[in-house]
Design a binder for this molecule. Structure first.
Ligand code: AMP
Length: 220
């Protein structure tokens, strides 16, 4: 499906808000890539690349990986040919400095941000959402044991890979990640509101309802 212009999108929200799930669905619907910095970093950690080794401890502690590392990842990724008709940035930017670097990067590429979709959700439900989250070791697709279970327990519907719980989704690290979000990432809502790019969706509905709200924004 096409909306007739490049869909350069940012999905913004706390861990557990449903950004990754919706980015996956919207990316498939419009044939654009989902660029998840968390997923790229997790692969780098798994493959023990120099970047992965640099990022691993920050991730395990629920802290942000330094801006220069993630800006480098995104800069390279956005130059790929599959980003020509759009992309969804899922988990980036996460600081005002990253947002500034992103505008510079896009300007150099002759692109701009279309919409920033902010997932609004009360903090109380995030813990339940995150602790039930499972990821595929093969393709990185996310599931939830209650709200979005796989057809066959423990294995991915798409690639048959094993499902696992991320280390940083365990209760000990989650509080830290939520605090980091409030302190460093939430100010981006004001930042993008000031740029007239912010659109909010209610992150509390069903996967289908939230997807419909996003599509309505994109096709408005
Ligand atoms: P996510 O899968 O988006 O929840 O990201 C998992 C972890 O990767 C985060 O807790 C950070 O340690 C790191 N990370 C992902 N994206 C970024 C980013 N834009 N800036 C800094 N760290 C990031």
């Amino acid at each position: 499906m096409s909306v007739g212009r490049a869909l350069n999108l940012i999905f913004l929200g706390p861990p557990g808000a449903g950004k990754g799930t919706q980015a996956n669905l919207i990316a498939k619907k419009y044939g654009i890539p989902q660029v998840s910095t968390g997923e790229i970093l997790r692969s780098a950690v798994k493959e023990q690349t120099p970047m992965g080794q640099q990022a691993a401890q920050y991730m395990a502690d629920g802290l942000l990986v330094p801006d220069c590392v993630v800006v480098g990842i995104v800069g390279e990724r956005l130059m790929a040919s599959d980003c020509v008709s759009g992309f969804i940035l899922d988990g980036f930017p996460r600081t005002v400095a990253q947002a500034d670097s992103l505008s510079e990067l896009l300007e150099k590429l002759g692109k701009s941000v279309g919409f920033v979709i902010s997932f609004e959700i009360v903090k109380d439900v995030l813990l339940e959402r995150i602790t039930g989250r499972r990821m595929c070791r093969g393709c990185g697709r996310g599931y939830h044991v209650v709200f979005d279970p796989p057809k066959s327990p423990g294995s991915c519907d798409e690639c048959g890979g094993d499902l696992y719980q991320r280390e940083d989704d365990k209760e000990e690290t989650i509080q830290k990640r939520l605090d980091v979000y409030e302190e460093q990432t939430a100010p981006l809502k004001e930042y993008y509101k000031n740029h007239s790019l912010l659109k909010s969706v209610n992150g509390l509905g069903s996967i289908d309802e939230i997807q419909k709200s996003i599509v309505a924004i994109l096709e408005s």
